[in-house]
Ligand binder design. Structure first.
Ligand code: PMP
Length: 427
C-alpha cells in the first residue's frame, strides 16, 4: 500500500510514518555524486582495499603502489618495537579493557602512556580516550555549556564542531589562521559568556599550514580565554625533537591550557589524548561522558602508542626525515607549477585541483600509474577547492617523491582540457 494512503481507522487521520532513509536529503546527495561519477565514467576512489600494512608503499590487488594516503608519519606502524609491545600487551591483558576504566580498572599501560604524554608536554597530567575524534567531542562537550562561547579557526576539524554542538555553547569562527580577525571578534564580545574557548590545529589537516601560536598566546594573555591546540598532524613532526607546535616556536607548552592529539597518526595506534593540568585531567576523568561511559583504551593500543612515543623520543631523526621529505615534496611541486595552497611542507601537502570530478579522476589516473593518493572533495572542503592530499612519511624516498610529483603534474595537465560532459559538478 502507498504510505501516504494509510489512515488511522478511528480518526481517519493519516498515520505518521517514519522518514524513509531513501528520502533523506543526505541520501539524495550521495546518490547524485554516485550517478555523476558513473555518467562521467569515473570510478569511486574511496575505500580502496589494501593487502598489507600501508605506509610509504602499499599493495592492492597484488600490485605495489607508492602510498600517500596513510598517516604513518614516522613509519612506526610495522616497527618491531611497536608490534612486539602490542603482542606482549595482548599476551598479558588480552584485547579489550572490557569496560570503562572507572569500572574495569586501569592497566599499567594506561598509566604509563598518560605519564609519557604529560612528560612530553611538560604538564601535570594526560587522559586518553578511545579515538581522537571522541577526545574533541567529549572534552569540549564536558568543559563547555550553553552559557559559554567556542571560537575556532574556520578550517577546524569536524570533531571540534561536534563537541561544540554537544556542549550547547555558542560558536563563532575566525578567518583561517588570522589572529587579527580573532582579536576583532574578541573585542566585540559581551562579557556575558561564562567561559571562552579558542580552538586551533597545530598543523591544519587539509592545508598543511601551522597555527600562529605566538600570536594566539599573546591574545590569550590579553583576553583571558582557554586555548586548545589539536596536535593530530603536528606531534612527531614539528620541532627538532618532534614534540609539536610549541617546540617549533620555542614556546612553553604550559602556556596552552589544553593540548589535544591523536594516537592514530604519529604513534600508529588508535585513540586520542588531552594533556594539561591535573585539575583538567581530574574533571575529564570524572565528568566527560566519552571517558566515563565508554570502554577504556584497549591495552594493546596503549602499549603500541607507548612504543610509538619511545621511538619518537629516541629517534628524532625520523621527524627530521619527515620534515625533509615534506619540504622536498613542496619544493618539487611548486617548481612544477602545482598549486600547493597554504602548505608549509610538513606532514600534509595538498595539490589543489578545483572541481571535485577532476580531483577524483586525477586520483584514479595516478592509481593506474602506481601512486595511491586520495582526493578531498566537497563537503570536506569548500566547493571549487577540491584537492589531492598527500600525507608525507619519513620513509618516502627522494626518488618516490620526485617521481610522484612529476607524474601528478603530467596527469593534471592531461586533465586540464578534459570536458567531463557534465560541466562542473561538485561532488
Ligand atoms: N583532529 C584532527 C585535526 C584530525 O585530522 C583528526 C583525524 N584525521 C582527528 C582529530 C580525529 O582523530 P582520529 O582519526 O584519531 O579519531
Amino acid at each position: 500500500r502507498n504510505r501516504a494512503e494509510r489512515l488511522n481507522k478511528q480518526t481517519q487521520q493519516p498515520v505518521r510514518q517514519a522518514t524513509r532513509f531513501e528520502d533523506l536529503p543526505e541520501y539524495k546527495r550521495v546518490m547524485t555524486q554516485k550517478i555523476a561519477g558513473e555518467m562521467a565514467g569515473i570510478a569511486n576512489p574511496f575505500y580502496r582495499s589494501h593487502d598489507v600494512a600501508a605506509g610509504a608503499t602499499t599493495r592492492m590487488g597484488g600490485r605495489e603502489f607508492i602510498n600517500f594516503a596513510s598517516y604513518d608519519y614516522l613509519g612506526t606502524n610495522t616497527d618491531p618495537l611497536v608490534t612486539a609491545g602490542a603482542k606482549e600487551a595482548i599476551d598479558r591483558f588480552g584485547i579489550s579493557a572490557s569496560a570503562s576504566r572507572l569500572v574495569a580498572g586501569e592497566r599499567p599501560v594506561h598509566i604509563e602512556l598518560e605519564q609519557r604524554l604529560a612528560k612530553l608536554y611538560g604538564v601535570d597530567a594526560a587522559v586518553c580516550f578511545v579515538s581522537g575524534y571522541l577526545t574533541n567531542v567529549a572534552t569540549i562537550g564536558c568543559l563547555m555549556g550553553p552559557q559559554d562561547l567556542v571560537i575556532h579557526d574556520e578550517f577546524i576539524h569536524n570533531s571540534v564542531l561536534a563537541g561544540v554542538k554537544l556542549s550547547g555553547a555558542a560558536r563563532r569562527l575566525f578567518k583561517h589562521n588570522d589572529a587579527e580577525n580573532l582579536e576583532s571578534i574578541l573585542k566585540t564580545l559581551s562579557s556575558d559568556f561564562r567561559r571562552i574557548l579558542v580552538v586551533v590545529e597545530g598543523v591544519y589537516s587539509m592545508d598543511g599550514d601551522v597555527a600562529d601560536l605566538p600570536a594566539l598566546l599573546e591574545l590569550k594573555a590579553r583576553y583571558g580565554f582557554w586555548l586548545m591546540v589539536d596536535e593530530a598532524h603536528a606531534l612527531g613532526i614539528l620541532g627538532a625533537n618532534g614534540r609539536g607546535t610549541f617546540e617549533h616556536f620555542g614556546l612553553d607548552p604550559r602556556d596552552v591550557d589544553i593540548w589535544m592529539g591523536t594516537l592514530s597518526k604519529t604513534t600508529s595506534s588508535c585513540g586520542g589524548y588531552i594533556a594539561g593540568s591535573s585539575a583538567l585531567a581530574d574533571v575529564l576523568k570524572a565528568e566527560a561522558g566519552g571517558f566515563v561511559y565508554s570502554v577504556g583504551l584497549a591495552p594493546v593500543l596503549a602499549a603500541a602508542a607507548i612504543a610509538g612515543l619511545q621511538i619518537l623520543e629516541s629517534e628524532p631523526e625520523r621527524a627530521a626525515r619527515l620534515r625533509h621529505n615534506g619540504n622536498l615534496f613542496l619544493e618539487c611541486a611548486r617548481q612544477a607549477g602545482l598549486d600547493t595552497g597554504l602548505s608549509l611542507g610538513f606532514s600534509v601537502v595538498p595539490v589543489l585541483v578545483g572541481d571535485s570530478l577532476r580531483a577524483v579522476q586525477l586520483s584514479n589516473d595516478l592509481l593506474s600509474e602506481g601512486i595511491n593518493v586520495l582526493p578531498i572533495i566537497h563537503p570536506a572542503v569548500p566547493e571549487g577547492m577540491a584537492r589531492l592530499r598527500f600525507f608525507i612519511t619519513c620513509d618516502h624516498t627522494e626518488e618516490q617523491i620526485r617521481h610522484s610529483v612529476a607524474v601528478t603534474t603530467g596527469k593534471l595537465k592531461d586533465l586540464q582540457d578534459r570536458n567531463f560532459g557534465l560541466g562542473s559538478i561538485d561532488m
